[in-house]
Design a protein. Structure first.
Length: 389
């Protein structure tokens, strides 16, 4: 078997359903498997998996074991030569895995560590954490004080988000994000997988760093894009700030020489990071002025008009000639709804990147599902709207 896709879920049932649909399509031409580990969700994630995807391996943990241990449990059951650690609030394109396996990355072979890819949020915008540098005290300070924005071309200041590479430029990087990681299963096991002492937030940094210490190369692959709704998989509740601070302190204590100044600096820095992240959260109250449905289903249009209480402009699945003129010069907020029944995820992802705009938001209706789903910000939990008859 070539690939095992490991998806650790916690209380994101509808995002999980869409994610699994996308992975199934991406594995059509690959000898692969999907393993879903549920960390004791209180929603009906497990029942959904059993009903809709009865042939997919489901591991039901009786407690929330955290990201590292949950993924380690899944990898222990994997059979693939390669594994992909994948967040449940992601959508992969039909050709994501084939592009990676058919790329020149295979020529690196014994040197290859983790492969990451281009991640975009629910608005089609690039997520800079797709590629990062090692967050040493200096590199962390350039992030904390925004120096990477002021001097994006200067190596001294641009290492946090590996800005020596553009978002559309593949190349070696130090740190990759745990939302999407492809690597050899044997290498993962050789390193002992994710460090289970990290509950969250530093686990992907730690694994990436240990890969480098093992003499391997981590690689950012820009030729495929994956949606990562991001705000959905981790709810920033009252414990977020402490967990983030603890995670960063653990990483530095594990890998770097400690000093009093270093410890104080990181306490201030991690608190500052966590404070900013926590206060960015909040579901957008953005008012939608008009809707565009990309679908060949007239009945679906009627259902949505009844549900949303607005007239909807319907565009056929061959929308590329018509949609630009509809969006050109717009001044109102527009939401584009993609019908996955007639559009592959690869087309949807490409359209989100192409038509991204502060006035445009996106929703997807997954095939054979009674809901549409999306997010207007990488800091929002996302939105699920149910479509009834």
């Amino acid at each position: 078997m070539q690939l095992s896709v490991i998806i650790l879920n916690y209380n994101v049932r509808y995002f999980l359903e869409q994610c699994v649909l996308s992975v199934q399509a991406a594995l059509q031409h690959i000898d692969g498997e999907i393993i879903v580990i549920d960390n004791n969700s209180s929603d009906d994630s497990c029942q959904m998996m059993k009903t809709r995807f009865p042939n997919i391996k489901l591991i039901e943990n009786k407690e929330n074991t955290g990201f590292p241990k949950g993924n380690n449990i899944g990898v222990a059951e994997a059979k693939g030569e390669y594994i992909c650690i994948l967040n449940p609030d992601t959508v992969v394109a039909e050709d994501t895995f084939t592009k990676i396996f058919n790329s020149k990355l295979q020529t690196l072979n014994s040197q290859l560590g983790i492969i990451g890819c281009k991640l975009i949020d629910g608005t089609g915008n690039f997520l800079p954490e797709s590629k990062r540098g090692i967050p040493t005290p200096w590199v962390a300070s350039t992030k904390i004080f925004g120096l990477y924005k002021i001097f994006p071309k200067m190596e001294l200041f641009n290492q946090y988000y590996a800005q020596q590479l553009s978002e559309n430029q593949s190349g070696k990087v130090d740190i990759l994000v745990g939302a999407f990681m492809v690597m050899k299963r044997d290498l993962y096991n050789e390193l002992g997988g994710f460090d289970e002492n990290c509950f969250m937030y530093s686990d992907d940094i730690d694994l990436s760093y240990r890969i480098l210490q093992n003499g391997k190369i981590n690689y950012y692959f820009s030729e495929t894009s994956v949606i990562h709704y991001k705000g959905e998989s981790t709810v920033k509740d009252g414990t977020y700030m402490k967990r983030f601070q603890d995670a960063m302190e653990y990483f530095y204590a594990k890998h770097f020489k400690k000093s009093g100044f270093f410890s104080v600096f990181m306490k201030i820095g991690s608190f500052f990071f966590a404070f900013l992240k926590k206060n960015k959260i909040g579901i957008s109250n953005r008012k939608i002025d008009s809707y565009i449905l990309i679908s060949d289903n007239e009945l679906l249009k009627e259902k949505l008009e009844k549900l949303l209480g607005k007239n909807i402009k319907q565009v056929s699945s061959s929308f590329k000639n018509e949609l630009p003129s509809l969006l050109n010069g717009m001044s109102a907020n527009v939401e584009i709804i993609f019908d996955h029944h007639v559009l592959p995820f690869s087309t949807i992802i490409s359209a989100m990147e192409l038509y991204k705009n502060e006035k445009v938001s996106f929703k997807i209706i997954p095939n054979q599902s009674n809901f549409m789903i999306g997010s207007n910000s990488s800091n929002d939990r996302g939105e699920v709207i149910f479509i009834t008859d």
